[in-house]
Design a protein. Structure first.
Ligand code: GLV
Ligand code: MN
Ligand code: MN
Length: 418
């Protein structure tokens, strides 16, 4: 087998691509701005139906798998292992129009354009809208990619619940899926998975060029820190006798951010949620519980950061006469993507006259989980102002088009071998 040698950038239907991104952004649009498409919600179902329509319109064989990932397929003339592209359809609460959506819409555009222009591929070519990546509804994430990669935990669908107490399994039943069949979403026939995504940070915009090829995705640890003090009367208890759990948590949050700053880029640490109890205006907080999301592409450095977070939290707790418990909610190691797929993406970018930046991703992606099932690679396009996970998330139309054409060009090399 020899690879396609014509080095021309594949044409796509730019207007269709941009219109579809706008259409998808209406599904789950919030009145106050931003988008929310939680897993198995009506907004999610409506987005998935739209995606299935586009796949069918392109003449693809469409199939919803047992966890709700939507696949569209071209049967290759020579069969063999599958070349797949896509991303996720769910969003964070108040998220933007591109995180996940770009890879889904661009994947469909790339595959349909290849089919229209070059006919049947030699390899089987599939695009996929993965059901969940963000972890915004249930206390779990990468549900769709983990199902594909055979990484679901036994009993997970019954154990995991949303904020209203609805189990993942019941939510599946609500959209006509059987949780008992979740494990059968596994794919053992994938060769390659390519994901186009917005960078979600400022590097490409600040330093260029307009394309990045991801080599490593940072490991993420999620911690839950519970600080225990003593509830007291906000008017009567003297300041020097209080054991204020919220003040302890605040000192810890500042210390945690400082630890990441001291370690330097690309170390990050974020306190993204906090609850206090009893949460009353006239009561000194007796309990504060907060989460920490901390990431680094180097496992040793990430380990050091986690140790520092633990040490400083205990020190602050002891200075303030507070109790502290630290629980690890999630711990995902950094993941290297496939150099072979990275090379294909690089060659495709060069076809567009751009030597792409090799970069690490601070954000988590389906591709990192799919390294367990395929040779996975990622292409980044710039995010305006580096903004993401917010309503302002945006990428210049010409970069959306460029990324999609480069994706299509890479898929042509992978799936149209002679
Ligand atoms: C998902 O976007 C994550 O990186 O947490
Ligand atoms: Mn994403
Ligand atoms: Mn995201």
């Amino acid at each position: 087998m020899s690879a396609i040698t014509t080095r021309e950038l594949v044409e796509i239907d730019e207007r269709r691509l941009l219109r579809r991104l706008d259409d998808l952004a209406q599904r789950g649009a919030l009145p106050q701005g931003g988008i929310y498409r939680p897993l198995y919600s009506p907004q999610w179902t409506s987005a998935m139906e739209l995606v299935a329509t586009w796949m069918k319109d392109a003449g693809l064989l469409v199939r919803r798998d047992p966890v709700g990932n939507m696949w569209g397929r071209i049967e290759g003339s020579r069969g063999g292992r599958v070349i797949a592209t896509g991303s996720h359809i769910d969003t964070v609460r108040g998220g933007g129009a591109l995180d996940g959506a770009l890879g889904v819409v661009a994947g469909i555009e790339a595959v349909s354009s290849l089919w229209q222009r070059f006919g049947r591929s030699t390899r089987i070519l599939e695009c996929v809208a993965i059901c969940e990546e963000e972890g915004s509804r249930f206390n779990t994430n990468f549900w769709g990619a983990r199902a594909i990669a055979d990484r679901l935990e036994p009993g997970e669908a019954d154990r995991v619940r949303d904020a209203d107490g609805v189990s993942l399994g019941d939510a599946m039943r609500g959209v006509g899926l059987d949780p008992a069949a979740a494990a059968t979403a596994v794919r053992r026939d994938l060769d390659v998975f390519v994901e186009l995504h917005v960078e979600q940070g400022p590097i490409l915009e600040d330093h260029g060029p307009r394309l990045g090829v991801v080599t490593t995705i940072a490991g993420t640890a999620h911690l839950e820190i519970t600080v225990r003090g003593q509830p007291d009367h906000a008017g009567a208890m003297a300041m020097d006798r209080r054991r204020d759990a919220f003040l302890g948590a605040s000192a810890m949050a500042l210390g945690i951010a400082e630890a990441a700053v001291r370690m330097g880029h690309p170390a990050v640490a974020t306190v993204g949620t906090i609850v206090v109890e009893p949460s009353q205006v006239n009561v000194v907080p007796g309990l504060a519980k907060f989460t920490v999301d901390t990431r680094h592409p180097d496992p040793a450095r990430r380990g050091e950061l986690i140790t520092q977070i633990g040490d400083l939290s205990k020190k602050i707790a002891s200075e303030r006469n507070l109790g502290v418990e630290i629980k690890t909610l999630r711990d995902r190691p950094p993941v290297n993507l496939s150099p072979r797929v990275g090379d294909v993406l690089r060659r495709a970018a060069v076809t567009a006259g751009i030597e792409p930046r090799e970069m690490t991703s601070g954000a988590g992606h389906d591709a990192q989980v799919l390294t367990a099932a395929a040779n996975a690679g990622m292409l980044f396009v710039p995010s305006i102002g580096g903004r993401s996970h917010c309503p302002e998330e945006a990428t210049a139309a010409e970069d959306v088009v460029l990324g999609t054409r480069v994706l299509a060009t890479a898929l042509r090399e992978l799936a149209y071998q002679t």
